[in-house]
Design a protein around this ligand. Structure first.
Ligand code: EPU
Length: 430
């Protein structure tokens, strides 16, 4: 399928949009199924490419994975530690999430280092340190992580600086060890809470959920959950909330738990947008008198790094002079060259600071994203811009957003997937 879409912007979007299940919580839940030997049934994990690749990883480990409608069944009866092809491990960063469950359940894990990506070098030493603290021997041999443990014991693990998948990995392993594990400086992301609830549904004993100190009392064994529904994707929801503030007509987002969006809603209101909440449906109206606002990304509940590129688009439009400070990833301004090509006035300063001077309108351009959220940001910019833009990077969008083109069409975005023969179109941002 072509990597490029054409979007004719400047039209008002209308109607309602529904949020899918969470990519990042779903990937963690899938890895956690390795902790028990039965069949786990999980509803609502979207069939995006990262999820498909995680499914392939579990299949390499002997799992039987099937999906009917939106219900995923993972049967671990024949699971054991097998080698996972390096290409599969490096196809998604979340592959590292199988490390903790494999060591805890089978006493052995081997997988290649997941490597870097466009947004950061994405090191994993916190994961390894946490697993070592529980008693595993961990070595890196020829670019592969090899972890071995005859008996794991509960321990105090200090994450020092926050890591989402690092916290998840240690929490999953700790569920099967002997004794009590305390994870200090744990992150409080809703996806970690969803994983903790999933583990509890498997019989795990976890307290301190949603705080920065998780206490896990290890159990001899866990059982596979027969029914669990993954939380909604709060980053997809946030992307739509920002779209609502960009477009002319109000946009209503359904299956949007506003509790997870506190900082985003606060910032949307600060720029003048009107945000109405009725239960799990949120309607956003564009600002009549747009104002500037500064944002700084950080671990939950601070502003999510995964929404920074999309919010930058909003700030690029008529909102005066704003500052965006990125504190999580060292290269998360990959969307800025594309936005600049569309006429946005963005200056990148040292220290991961972008200074944005809002312009009256963005112009259509040929642009391409360098990662998932950068591409989402360029799509929002193309929807706002006047004229037809060609946006590359749909391979990234397909990793993280389910049925997005269909959802855009439903709300009236003029979007068209370019045929393969036109996919040779490239841009300097590739
Ligand atoms: N870090 C280290 N050492 C480690 C682990 C992390 O230095 O051992 C650093 C990272 O380089 C980064 C910071 O700590 O600077 C935070 O990284 P974290 O470990 O929290 O990120 P992650 O767990 O690899 C998850 C999400 C990301 C999201 C980040 C931050 C998944 C599968 N991925 O990544 O999602 O941006 O948390 O919230 O849960 C996305 O969905 O587009 C995405 C990138």
């Amino acid at each position: 399928m072509s990597d490029y879409i054409a979007i004719t912007g400047g039209h008002d979007v209308t109607e309602d949009i529904h949020v899918s299940g969470s990519k990042n919580a779903g990937l963690a839940l899938m890895a956690a199924t390795l902790l028990a030997s039965g069949t786990s049934t999980i509803q609502g994990i979207p069939p995006i490419s990262d999820v498909n690749n995680m499914g392939r990883i579990l299949q390499c480990l002997g799992a039987d994975v099937s999906c009917v409608d939106d219900v995923l069944e993972i049967n671990m009866t024949n699971a054991k530690q097998h080698s996972i092809p390096d290409e599969l491990v490096s196809s998604l960063r979340a592959s590292i999430l199988v490390l903790g469950p494999l060591v805890a359940r089978f006493g052995y894990a081997k997988l290649c280092l997941p490597g870097g990506c466009a947004i950061s070098s994405r090191p994993v030493e916190k994961h390894l340190r946490g697993i070592k603290k529980l008693g595993a021997t961990v070595n890196i041999i020829n670019g592969s992580i090899e972890a071995l443990a005859s008996r794991l014991l509960g321990a105090t693990v200090n994450m020092e600086t926050p890591s989402v998948t690092g916290t998840m990995n240690v929490m999953m392993a700790a569920c099967l060890v002997h004794g009590v594990t305390r994870i200090h400086n744990a992150v409080r992301e809703p996806e970690v809470v969803d994983l903790a609830n999933f583990l509890i549904s498997m019989g795990a004993d976890i307290s301190g959920i949603g705080t920065d100190c998780l206490i896990i009392v290890g159990r001899g064994g866990l059982s596979s959950p027969s029914q669990y529904k993954v939380m909604e994707d709060r980053i997809e929801a946030g992307t739509f909330l920002i779209l609502g503030a960009i477009c002319g007509n109000p946009l209503t987002i359904h299956r949007c738990n506003v509790e997870y969006q506190t900082i985003l809603v606060k910032k949307l209101r600060s720029v003048g947008a009107v945000v109405d909440v009725v239960g799990n449906s949120v309607t956003v109206h564009k600002a009549e008198k747009p104002c500037s606002v500064d944002i700084q990304t950080g671990p939950y509940p601070a502003f999510p790094t995964d929404l920074q590129p999309q919010f930058t688009v909003l700030l690029s439009l008529d909102h005066g002079k704003s500052r965006v400070v990125e504190t999580i990833f060292e290269s998360r301004f990959g969307h800025c060259p594309g936005l600049q090509a569309m006429n946005a006035k963005i200056q990148i300063n040292p220290g991961q600071v972008a200074v944005i001077s809002g312009v009256r309108k963005l112009s259509a351009a040929l642009i391409a994203g360098s990662d998932l959220r950068a591409t989402a940001s360029l799509v929002l910019a193309a929807i706002a811009a006047h004229g037809t833009s060609v946006v590359g990077g749909m391979k990234y969008i397909n990793r993280g957003y389910f049925d997005l083109e269909k959802k855009w069409e439903q709300i009236g975005v003029a979007v068209r997937r370019l045929p393969d023969e036109q996919s040779h179109i490239s841009s300097k941002y590739d």
